[in-house]
Design a protein around this ligand. Sequence first.
Ligand code: NAD
Length: 357
Amino acid sequence: MKKYKIVLLSGDGIGPEISEVSKLVLKKLSKNYNFDIEIIEKLFGGIAFEKYGNPAPDETLNQCKKSDAVLLACVGDIKYDSLARELRPESGLLKLRSALNLFANIRPVKIRKSLIDSSTLKQEIVENVDLIVVRELIGGIYFGNPRGHITNTKIPKAFNTMVYDSAEIERITEIAIKIANQRNKKICSVDKSNVLEVSQLWRDTVLNFTSKDKNISLSNMYVDNAAMQLVRDPSQFDVILTSNLFGDILSDLAAMLTGSIGMLPSASLNNNGPGVFEPVHGSAPDIAGKNIANPIAMLLSASMMLKIGLNEEEAAENLENAVDKVLSKGFRTADLADRSSEVLTCSEMGKKILDEI
Ligand code: NAD
């Protein structure tokens, strides 16, 4: 029997609620598909700061490095916003990404037929949406140096540095090419090369590297236009390839095409070593502890983990289908509900999905 060791980081806010559902689902899938999954739970984020004074303790990071994959819920809370930056839960995320060298973030955005009415956009705009955002994750302005505050000026000043070298751009382009080749072979590279030197390097490097694969059709778009096109005609996109900052913003925008940020999974990958699989959403402090969060983004992240991280494709597909079946029967969590839907709590939604596995 195959044996997997995964680390579960439940984190903060709604994290423990959606993680509980994910554990039950993974246990059932492992039984049905005859593999053994050891789920090691570790503290991460605000809760780890409370206990160890560090949002990403070494023990957690070391356990993640030794695992087959990491399933992460979400971190953060307004109460940590006044801490020094390196102590905040979000810095823990950056540390985890760096520690595992997770340079590629993959965010599939696919409209589920049963949820077309949940989108804030018209049905005809969103009905064929099926795109993937490939975002560079450990470079660019979030990591660039120098950064900081300038204190010896009359008015407060602060600055960051957006920096990439061509090797960083090439390795993320390679991932985008691999993904595009499994789909419609179209890559749209998004940058701001009309203004930024770093974006010009991005554009030139992507063009150069992509020209090696004659199957790929490459287009380029400025990020402001890409934001507009995602709302105007999102089905024109197949694979969107972009840098850390632009990818962060565009993938949340793309999330809303599907109806709720509570539906979107993601995978953060390295060329070898464990990946981190996590919902796109944050810790939703406004609804934490109420058992009303949508657990589906985390379940679909678990499905990506099974497929990409553990090579358990059948189990992954079963989980995706179970989610679709429950949604097509009209069951919804509050974030997706309209007047005609039956509104379920987080744990009730988990139970319905479990019953379809
Ligand atoms: P958020 O994604 O937590 O919430 C935005 C809105 O979406 C809220 O109204 C929330 O209730 C709703 N929402 C999010 N997930 C949901 C779900 N599963 N089911 C139902 N509704 C859901 O973003 P925010 O409010 O900007 O940030 C809250 C905290 O999360 C902050 O501390 C932020 O730094 C952190 N954050 C963490 C991550 C992460 O862990 N990867 C990502 C983004 C934000």
